[in-house]
Design a protein around this ligand. Structure first.
Ligand code: DGL
Length: 270
């Protein structure tokens, strides 16, 4: 079991922010990644569609023989149920680990959350935080447009269009004197420089991809599922649209191009 890969999925490129961190903190692990590039974005879809996609994505990864599944997608984690029992595998989304980190980071108890339309409509992060700390105030803003910018490689903090978009969406949060901001969609850490510049250094950004990778390591450790090897892990990527587009932008997320295999699959078969 230990030798098997970690399965990670997202609607597209965003989950690679979790993969980037997994490669950093668990370099000996193999990864099987599925990016549903043919059906991105998830955040503007109905609950029924998101639930169906989440199950298909997870079933595909299970079929690939992984030892754990990571829904590296704020939208799936907010809308779909915990699939661990259904899959018979350890499973995590991004909401719990990210909230835990934000609760520890805030000093004034005023936390902002940005996510996709579906994530913000579910109030998943707000509910989780106020369940634990009812005295905290949580301010939510949906930034669905960020996903399209990121999927098109538009993330440069010096780009005027990026600055304009970030300023427009961050304005209400700035008024609320938050000191911590959850990047509740795994695509958003790619815009972290632009967001940090707009919010100022007094605001701590919480990266949902990174927090989820740290939590994944904790689960694997607890269950004795980390590989015992000095060998570097391998990564295999699958997408539901053309591999060429995925490869073009994946370098943005992984800081280099994924030279390992990228293959197309028909996700509707799962
Ligand atoms: N990266 C995903 C998330 O964390 C999905 C973005 C989208 O497909 O709308 O919410």
């Amino acid at each position: 079991m230990k030798e098997k890969a970690i399965g990670v999925f997202d609607s597209g490129l965003g989950g690679l922010t979790a993969v980037r961190e997994i490669l950093e903190i668990m370099p000996h692990e193999d990864i099987v990644y599925f990016g549903d590039t043919g059906r991105v974005p998830y955040g503007s879809k109905s609950r029924d569609a998101i639930n169906r996609y989440a199950r298909q994505d997870a079933r595909f990864l299970k079929k690939m023989g992984v030892k754990m599944i990571v829904a590296a997608c704020g939208t799936v984690s907010s809308v779909a149920p915990d699939l661990s029992e259904e899959l018979g595998l350890p499973y995590t989304g991004v909401v719990n680990p990210t909230c835990f980190s934000a609760i520890n980071a805030t000093r004034n108890g005023r936390i902002g959350v940005i996510g996709t339309a579906a994530t913000i409509a579910s109030h998943s992060y707000k509910k989780r935080i106020t369940e634990k700390r009812p005295e905290f105030e949580v301010f939510e803003e949906h930034c669905q447009l960020f996903v399209s910018f990121v999927e098109n490689g538009l993330v440069d903090p010096d780009d005027e269009l990026v600055q304009l978009m970030v300023r427009r969406y961050m304005a209400p949060l700035k008024e609320n004197d938050i000191d911590t901001l959850i990047l509740g969609c795994t695509h958003f850490p790619l815009l972290a420089d632009a967001i940090q510049r707009e919010m100022g250094d007094g605001v701590t950004l919480i990266d949902s991809g990174k927090e989820t990778a740290i939590y994944t390591k904790k689960i694997l450790e607890e269950q004795g599922l980390l590989r015992d090897t000095e060998e570097r892990g391998k990564a295999q990527y699958y997408v539901s649209d053309t591999p060429a587009d995925f490869e073009k932008f994946a370098g943005l997320f992984l800081k280099n191009k994924p030279h390992d295999n990228i293959e197309h699959i028909n996700i509707e078969e799962y």
